[in-house]
Design a protein around this ligand. Structure first.
Ligand code: 16G
Length: 266
């Protein structure tokens, strides 16, 4: 595929002109300065887009693809590895390579809860509480929650599932003095619904920080991902409308399931 054609394919993709893509999709230009493995990546992406390769189904084996494109298996493997790393495909040991579900697009605006976010997408949220205990928090947590030295928090670790599949792990610190009546049973459902509907308090605002990381060995098991997989970590400190901080949460999201979207204006 020459450079011009390659660019055109991308433009067509944007215009969603599927027929046009179909005409050029299988062209590989071995003399192009665009590496072959990148051209193959594009072709596989187009096949996914055109639903030739469907979500949840497996794509042809490396051997079949290398015959199809008349390239080495190493080259095909490189393309597939890149697509696996970007979350478009996933490998299952001994079974092959599958087309992944598209990532969940999470807007970075609006102070919503996990439960609301999943329901808005037609998915059923659930939680598994791994830990619920009263502790004296580390100093940085105490300072973010505006606590005096020695004041206690509930430390809660929850795996958050959507349609029974793990999406994130949340480690939440909640000041005991704000919700002395909290218990393990109450935290099984939505924390925000509990605060608003049961405790009749108004949630005001939150400050968030986001960073990338490699999953820890422990979390990789809970999230059911490879022990070297990337994750997105969001630290959120949330306040009631009167300014009282009521939670500090470190949420670890599967990077293969999430995409965070923000609108920016000039
Ligand atoms: C979200 C929040 C988390 C909050 C939780 C409440 C982020 C980064 N985190 O996951 O701070 O505690 O929702 O959800 O968005 P719940 O009401 O379903 O328990």
């Amino acid at each position: 595929m020459c450079k011009k054609l390659f660019v055109r394919v991308k433009l067509y993709l944007r215009n969603e002109s599927k027929e046009a893509i179909r005409m050029v999709q299988d062209l590989l230009d071995k003399n192009s300065h665009i590496p072959i493995y990148i051209q193959i990546e594009e072709i596989i992406k187009q096949r996914i887009y055109l639903e030739e390769y469907k979500i949840g189904e497996n794509i042809p084996s490396e051997r079949e693809l290398s015959t199809q494109f008349d390239v080495s298996r190493m080259t095909v493997r490189q393309s597939i590895t890149n697509l696996v790393n970007s979350g478009l495909l996933y490998r299952e040991k001994g079974r092959g390579t599958y087309v992944a579900n598209p990532k969940l697009e999470q807007p970075l605006k609006g102070l919503t809860s996990f439960t609301e976010d999943m329901r808005a997408r037609g998915m059923e949220p659930s939680s598994r509480v791994l830990r619920f205990e009263k502790i004296v928090p580390p100093v940085d947590v105490a300072s973010d929650l505006m606590l005096e030295p020695g004041e206690e928090v509930f430390f809660v670790v929850r795996i958050r599932n959507a349609d029974s599949k793990p999406m994130a792990i949340e480690r939440t610190y909640i000041p005991v003095k704000v919700y002395p009546e909290l218990d393990e049973k109450k935290i099984m459902g939505s924390l925000y619904a509990l605060i608003e509907a049961k405790f009749h308090q108004k949630i005001g605002n939150a400050i968030q920080q986001m960073e990338a990381a490699i999953v820890t060995k422990e979390d990789s098991k809970f999230l059911q991902i490879n022990h070297t997989a990337p994750v997105l970590i969001i630290k959120r400190t949330s306040y009631l409308s009167d300014g009282v901080p009521f939670e500090l949460v470190r949420s670890t999201y599967r990077a293969d399931r999430y995409k965070f979207i923000s609108e920016i204006k000039r």
